[in-house]
Ligand binder design. Structure first.
Ligand code: NAI
Length: 340
């Protein structure tokens, strides 16, 4: 429901991050790709989270510098540093949450699907290690194309006999973050407390913000405004890719979004009630095997995949048109996992 959704307002994250940890249980968070554009600011934000007792930084190169730097911050989380494939097992052992921002980002003119060939292989090898070293961890997949990398991870886990559909998440939080920012800007309402569910997938038209369910309501928005907001949310990643002009894609806003989502996972694990975030998970909400929608998080990961709620005519059309593309991306991931 809307009230549950509102109860996990992300804007308190940073404020809360500077408060003391109290009696929170031990929680280890591993970041795979920790030295990258997303990995570095994400490591910083996770180091600030009082729910984290240990942060494991892993990359194929560059982790010692990031780890030394972040480790000087006087917060609870102990920093562990790992580099190179031979240390991946140690990096993962004992993890409660594994965040994966490893891989290559987009350049101007590229779609997320253009990243498939490189990132699919990286995700396959990292998830194979997760199945071996921390099969019970919650996996937060950031590496694109999320619409395909999540199905790849699911197939890897199934093959290893460790698949638990409650523990695999495609991180679509950045779409929600963008929808909130753009909606509050256009609607001229304070961004603090604005909520907008975003459903579907995480690429182009598969990203479907449900502005008809936005709270609080901005009253001055026309149908054309909503269309423009929808398009801007769908193209938000491309806006950043073009502005960075060849130097990568969203890293800072993505790190923020990744930190928010990991925090929600940790709260769920710790038994905090009514933690709801939109995320790309195994789903019965549509005919597709994976779909992003509001999900209630609990002690075992996904507690409940929530339905779509009432859609506007425009959103119904958007849902119809995204299904074939999302279906193809999911199938591409499954095929890759089986073929290699
Ligand atoms: P980046 O190139 O700056 O960093 C990637 C890091 O991954 C590098 O440090 C690299 O050494 C590391 N890496 C590569 N192979 C690895 C392996 N096998 N094991 C561990 N680490 C490995 O890229 P950036 O900007 O940080 O983006 C990372 C990924 O996140 C890309 O796939 C990008 O498309 C995706 N992304 C996802 C978003 C989302 O909303 N889900 C938003 C923005 C980016």
């Amino acid at each position: 429901s809307v009230s549950e959704w509102s109860s996990c307002c992300s804007s308190h994250y940073v404020q809360r991050s500077y408060s003391t940890s109290g009696s929170n249980p031990e929680r280890k968070v591993a970041i795979l790709g920790a030295a990258g554009g997303i990995g570095q600011p994400l490591s910083l934000l996770v180091k600030l989270n009082p729910l984290v007792s240990s942060i494991s930084l892993y990359d194929i190169a560059g982790t010692p510098g990031v780890a030394a730097d972040v480790s000087h911050i006087n917060t609870r989380a102990k920093v562990e540093v790992y580099g190179g494939e031979e240390q991946l097992g140690k990096a993962l052992e004992g993890s409660d949450v594994v965040i994966i921002p490893a891989g290559v980002p987009r350049k101007p003119g590229m779609t997320r699907d253009d990243l498939f060939n490189i990132n699919a292989g990286i995700v396959k090898s990292l998830t194979t290690a997760i199945a071996k070293y921390c099969p019970n961890a919650l996996v937060n997949m950031i590496s694109n194309p999320v619409n395909s990398t999540v199905p790849i991870a699911a197939e890897v886990f199934k093959k290893a006999g460790t698949y638990d559909e409650r523990k695999l998440f495609g991180v679509t939080t950045l779409d929600v973050v963008r929808a909130k920012t753009f909606y509050s800007g256009k609607g001229k309402i304070p961004v603090d407390g604005v909520n907008v569910p975003v459903v579907g997938g995480h690429a182009g038209i598969t990203i479907l913000p449900l502005f008809s369910q936005a709270t609080p309501k901005a009253n001055n928005l026309s149908d054309d405004d909503i269309k423009a907001l929808t398009k801007r949310t769908q193209d938000g990643g491309t806006e950043v890719v073009e502005a960075k002009a060849g130097k990568g894609s969203a890293t800072l806003s993505m790190a923020y979004a990744g930190a928010i989502f990991a925090d929600a996972c940790l709260k769920g694990l710790n038994g905090v009630p009514d933690i709801v975030e939109c995320t790309f998970v195994q789903s019965n909400v549509t005919e597709l095997p994976f779909f992003a929608s509001k999900v209630r998080l609990g002690k075992n990961g996904v507690e409940e995949v929530l339905g779509l709620g009432p859609l506007s005519e425009y959103e119904k059309q958007g849902l119809q048109s995204l299904i074939p593309e999302l279906k193809a991306s999911i199938e591409k991931g499954i095929k890759f996992a089986h073929g290699n």
